[in-house]
Design a protein around this ligand. Structure first.
Ligand code: GLN
Length: 243
């Protein structure tokens, strides 16, 4: 799934590895891709889609790919899930029309479309990271992007658990974020991130791209491998322009 150019996140990850001499191979995962290819990945990206594509992908994700992704995320494989994919990794997504789409139950959250297409959550959005994404120092604590979703996502902050497992990624400064109500944007669980930010997210937020790459190297080689600094002046100009 790749609504609003979300494939640009994959191009960004590829280039930021290539510029550092890190060999990166992309495996496109379709409905026909055997799960063994998915299991071989060190970093997972899944993009957005309209409700219709979500329904088409939902069955395969629920019964084949989702359980594999869940096991990989539990092992600490880094992942980025944007919009529809973010909805898929929760407990369920109740779309605008039709039956509830069960999710992979990886993040402790759920999504409901309020049923009024006129009230889509659309526009440029800025948020401040609310949790420390370690491994890379962030020049700025903000993330910028574009959102367009009907679904409203709510994190289940389980009052019983001492440390809420699924934490918010950021606090909204401008825009709607998860639901336009609680001020949260996105979610973090282990080394995986969910976000409503299209744009695509990573080119204008190089600190998030590097966090994912650093985590993938750490999990693959069992040690922290510092990333060589890149000249991100253009990326930060684009980021600041959005701010
Ligand atoms: N179809 C979902 C919604 O409208 C996700 C949209 C998207 O991925 N941009 O909420």
């Amino acid at each position: 799934m790749s609504t609003y150019g979300d494939r640009g996140n994959i191009i960004c990850l590829e280039k930021r590895c290539e510029w550092r001499g890190i060999e990166a191979r992309v495996t496109q995962v379709t409905l026909e891709t055997p799960v063994r290819e998915l299991k071989s990945c060190d970093l997972i990206f899944m993009g957005g889609a309209q409700d219709r594509q979500q329904k088409l992908a939902g069955d395969d994700f629920l019964h084949h790919k989702g359980p594999v992704v869940k096991a990989m995320v539990e092992q600490g494989v880094p992942a980025l899930f944007v919009c529809a994919a973010y909805q898929f990794v929760g407990h369920y997504y109740q779309p605008y029309q039709g039956d509830k789409i069960p999710g992979a139950g990886i993040f402790d959250l759920y999504t409901v479309h309020p049923g009024d297409q006129k009230k889509r959550l659309i526009g440029n959005v800025v948020a401040e990271l609310s949790c420390q994404l370690s491994a890379v120092s962030c020049q700025l604590k903000t993330i910028v992007g574009f959102e367009n979703h009907g679904g409203k996502t709510y994190l289940n902050e389980n009052p019983k658990s001492q440390i809420p497992m699924t934490k918010p990624l950021a606090k909204v400064i401008k825009g709607f974020g998860n639901n336009g109500e609680d001020g949260y944007e996105g979610a973090v669980y282990k080394n995986s991130i969910g976000s409503y930010f299209h744009g695509p997210l990573l080119p204008k937020n190089p600190h998030i791209a590097d966090w994912l790459i650093a985590k993938a190297l750490e999990m693959k080689y069992g040690k922290i491998i510092p990333l060589e600094n890149l000249d991100d002046s253009l990326e930060w100009q684009a980021h600041s322009q959005m701010l």
